[in-house]
Design a protein around this ligand. Sequence first.
Ligand SMILES: [Zn+2]
Length: 317
Amino acid sequence: MSYKNPIENLYDRLTTTFENVNEQSKKRLEAYDASQLSRRIRINTGPFSGPSSDHNTKEIVLNQRFLTLIWCITYIIYEVTANKTKEAKHVTENYMEIDGQDPEVKQLDWLFNWAFDLKDGGDEQWPEGLPDPAMTTETVRIVNVIFIDAITYIMYHEVAHLVNDHWSSYKDIAEKKYLGFDLTEDEIVLSKQLEQEADTFAYESLISQDDSDEVRYHKLFGMIMAGLSTLFAHPKGSKLNDDIHPGSHIRIFNTRLREGFDRGNEFRLNRTMNTGLSMFCKLHGINIERRKFEEFTELLDYLFELIQNHADEKLKH
Ligand SMILES: [Zn+2]
C-alpha cells in the first residue's frame, strides 16, 4: 500500500475554507473566469518548494513537504505558547527559554528536526508517536484550524499574483534573475511592491468588516503563523533579504500591525511572535541578550532588530 501523509486529510477542508472565507471573497472568486484563476489547486509531491502560482495553468501550487513543515511549525509554536509556558524559564520579560529535559519538549524537538529535514530531501514518512493532523486531540483540532487559516492566507496571496496579472510586470525580472543578472533599483522596488500588494490582497480577502473580534483574532493569528512558519521554510543558503521579496520578518511585523485587539488577545499574539522569533534566533545561533523590557512590544522590536542584522547573511539551515 502506498504511504498516505496525514496532511492529506486536511486538503478537502483547505479547499472548502479557501472557497468560503466570507460572502465578499466568495463572490470575488466566482467572478474570476478560467483565464484568470483555475478552480483546481495543484498539490505538488516532489522536492520541497515554496507556494507558487502557475501563470500558464492559473493554478495555485502547494508543495506537500512545505505544507507538512508549516503544520509542524504551527503545532510547535502553538503548543509551546499555549501549554509550555509554565515550564519556560523566561517568557514575557525576556525571550522564551524552554526546559529541554521535559519529555514533551523533547518530542517537539523531534517533530521539528524531522519536519525541518523535509527541506533537504528527508524521509516523508511521519514518525510514529509524534503529533499529526489526523489525530483527534484538542491541540491538534486547534492547530488544524490555525493551519488552515495560515494556508488560506498564503493561497489568497497567490490568487493576487494570478488575477492581478503580476506575471506580465514580473516576467522580465524573473528571467533576468534566472540568468544571474543583477536587478536595477527600479526592478527591486517593483518586485517588492508586487509582493506587498499580494499580502494586502490576501489580508483584505480574509478579514471582513462583519467579523466578530474573535474571528478577526483567529484569522490574524493564522496570518502571523503563516509568516512565522515561512521564516523557517526559507531555503538553506538563501537570505531573508533578497531582491524579490520583502524579508519574511518584515512581513510578519507588517501583518501584526494591521489589527489591534483587547489586552488578552494582544498578549497571546505577542507571545506567539516571541516564541517563533526566539526559536528562529536559537536555530541560527543569533545571540539574545538577557534584558528586561518595559513593554512586550519592546521585546519584539529587539528580536526584529536581531533578525534584521542577520537578514543579509546566507541562512545556514
Ligand atoms: Zn508572492
